[in-house]
Write a protein that binds this ligand. Sequence first.
Ligand SMILES: [Zn+2]
Length: 454
Amino acid sequence: MGSSSVQCIFFVFIILNFISLSTAASSHGEVEDEHEFNYKKNDDKGPERWGEIKPEWEMCGKGEIQSPIELMNERVKIVSHLGRLIRDYEASNATIKNRGHDIMLEKELEAITDLDDAEKHVRMIDPKQIKIGSRKYYRYIGSLTTPPCTQNVTWSVVRKIRTVTREQVRLLRVAVHDTKQEMESSPIRCIFFVFIIFTLFSFSTAATSNGEVEDEREFNYKKNDDKGPDRWGEIKPEWEMCGKGELQSPIDMMNERVKIVSHLGRLIRDYEASNATIKNRGHDIMLKFEDGAGSIKINGFQYELQQLHWHSPSEHTVNGRRFALELHMVHEGKNGRMAVVTVLYKIGRADTFIRSLEKELEAITDLDDAEKHVRMIDPKQIKIGSRKYYRYIGSLTTPPCTQNVTWSVVRKIRTVTREQVRLLRVAVHDDSLTNARPVQPINKRMVHLYRPRV
Ligand SMILES: [Zn+2]
């Protein structure tokens, strides 16, 4: 499924309604005949051609409010007026059916795995047992995601990402027995995984308590919130620098305040592969190096690489421009002083280092406070691509906002895909759309831009 599996998981909720319609799959308007369309790329019956297969399916091609969509941070507006999803379900007789492209329902799955066009009375099924675990949901108006792609469908995509085992996914997929089709799934195809996945999970863990704790974090990134960035300094005495400190980070690297110098010298990075743990810290994803990953040298002083993590969008800005992602490589010297090396990313081609971590990121996406041994990670694989960097003295950008941190912000803006940014963000599942602290006052600080002498 690759990285699109995470994306798929968003498209869960409305499909649940299909289950509650008990038997008649046809009554909700989706097409029954599994051979009329498929999910193959560049195929006569593939998704790009659905609109041409039958006149009554033309919306699949021409419709302008089609589903699924990408739930991108930038286009999401947080509101409270929609109100909670009020679900008033009750148990009903249900039938499990293999529709050729997906499966409706549960543990009778194995029984129909090898039957063509199997349909099987199941038993009483109670949709109330489908756990959602959150009151938050995305809402938009879209369409059915299979022909005839009927529009004006109200989608409610539950924000919380739930879990399922690999085996459950496999079972559902195998049961469909169209697996000779390419298994790299398009986002559209994923929906069918998810629909089923969600159902299975809920049934198999019906006894698990699911009291979701709403944001128990000590701080967050919400504006005008008690725990938001403007209040960090008041939350705990030891966090007071967040409010009072005069050398705080991040800052804007504005041309006018940047002085170009050559005396700083190149960033001398002397990294080596180390065992690493990937950890969900609630506000970000951190890769922690367990045994010496090497060091950088600044002004002749050595700082050991401790961990790295990401912020999206970027925390530092350049002439007011904010980028899609920012990497922080956190180093510590023997005297306890910190040095952070930062790389900024805009949307474009995939970053190869993040790509190498995608599997691990997906694996921790649904674990709370997950910590997971990864494997040997080599920081040398983090591409910087430039000798130029900005240098200034600032602070940690999260509480306790400790000052006198030496920042080296690589000048070159690198690229990352939207999907990679999203994956890093979704993995955090802290209900925040961002984890970027607002830009802090510069307070007469000097910002240098190191440029090698030519
Ligand atoms: Zn950071």
